[in-house]
Design a binder for this molecule. Structure first.
Ligand code: GLN
Length: 307
């Protein structure tokens, strides 16, 4: 009997809860937008706050900014309210908007992201562009070292004709994100869960190897914003001050063995080490080595061929 009583009480509470969570109220989208902007200005400047508020409302309520401007009403449940409150809280704690919303844009497509992977950067879109311009052959075998979200490999699979892509990643949770994004974009990849620094051998030879490895030195931490420093995976960003080319050395030595004749290696690099990385590639027997600047005029891409 006692058991029944408690069970009934529990059931009643859960039902009321469920009911109230789904209760809808109606709110002016302009009012909601302004409320969000106000909360964000605690931390961000007005322009940033407006941009973030707009992205949040567009995403959570599927409402376009044009509709907000004409003050269309938003249908709003308690669970929407909770979710919005939670997300504002995350933004106020400097979580990047891409992690808060779970997605980022790269080369015109949407990619799933979480704190196990770097948020795709514009510089990496420039790396993709460079590869696409240079490589028109179909059926290329490509290895992406340090795949993270998978944005490089998946974009190449979609932009190049019949490319076969292998994604190598040290971190299991990051490789899971690569896989989710490959599924999202209907791309078939080979997955290699390995540490490039200790890996004995690679499964095959490739026409092209590409990598955006960790390249920020520890001493550069001081100049980084909280957004990056407190939330993005350090494993994907940092290298020791005393060995900033750690990953480049390892990748060049593997490329020498695992590129098909005339195969090419493409790197994204730290702007401070352009000439050092060019020298490394030349010393290891690379040819047609080239340093390319990003849109801000900084040394950002190295490409080299191995015969
Ligand atoms: N470009 C990234 C940044 O600015 C670094 C990426 C990397 O280390 N590969 O933080």
């Amino acid at each position: 009997m006692v058991f029944h009583y408690f069970y009934m009480l529990f059931w009643l509470k859960a039902t009321i809860n469920k009911f109230s969570m789904s209760l809808k109220s109606i709110k002016s989208s302009k009012t909601l937008y302004n409320e969000v902007v106000n909360k964000l200005t605690l931390i961000y400047n007005v322009d940033e706050s407006r941009q973030l508020a707009r992205m949040m409302l567009e995403e959570l309520f599927l409402i376009s900014f044009e509709k907000i401007m004409i003050d269309e009403e938003i249908v709003y449940s308690i669970s929407d309210e909770n979710s919005l409150g939670e997300k504002i809280e995350q933004l106020v704690h400097y979580q990047p908007i891409q992690y808060v919303l779970g997605k980022a844009h790269f080369y015109g497509r949407e990619f799933i992201v979480n704190s196990n992977v770097l948020i795709p950067r514009q510089e990496t879109e420039e790396l993709i562009n460079e590869i696409i311009i240079d490589n028109k052959k179909s059926g290329m075998k490509i290895l992406d070292i340090g795949s993270g979200s998978g944005c490089i490999g998946i974009t190449l699979a979609l932009e190049l004709k019949e490319a076969h892509i292998s994604s190598l990643e040290i971190d299991k949770s990051a490789l899971e994100v690569t896989r989710e994004n490959a599924n999202k974009h209907n791309v078939k990849l080979e997955y290699i869960l390995e540490d490039i620094l200790i890996l004995k051998t690679l499964p095959e030879k490739y026409d092209l190897i590409v990598s955006n490895p960790p390249y920020v030195t520890e001493k550069e931490k001081e100049q980084m914003s909280n957004n990056v420093l407190d939330h993005e995976p350090h494993k994907a960003l940092f290298v020791p001050d005393e060995d900033p080319l750690l990953f480049y050395k390892s990748i060049v030595s593997r490329a020498k063995k695992h590129l098909l004749p005339g195969g090419k290696l493409y790197f994204e690099i730290n702007e401070q080490y352009g000439s050092d990385i060019i020298k490394l590639c030349d010393d290891e027997g690379g040819s047609s080595t080239k340093l390319v600047q990003d849109i801000n005029g900084k040394d950002r891409i190295v490409k080299v061929m191995f015969d």
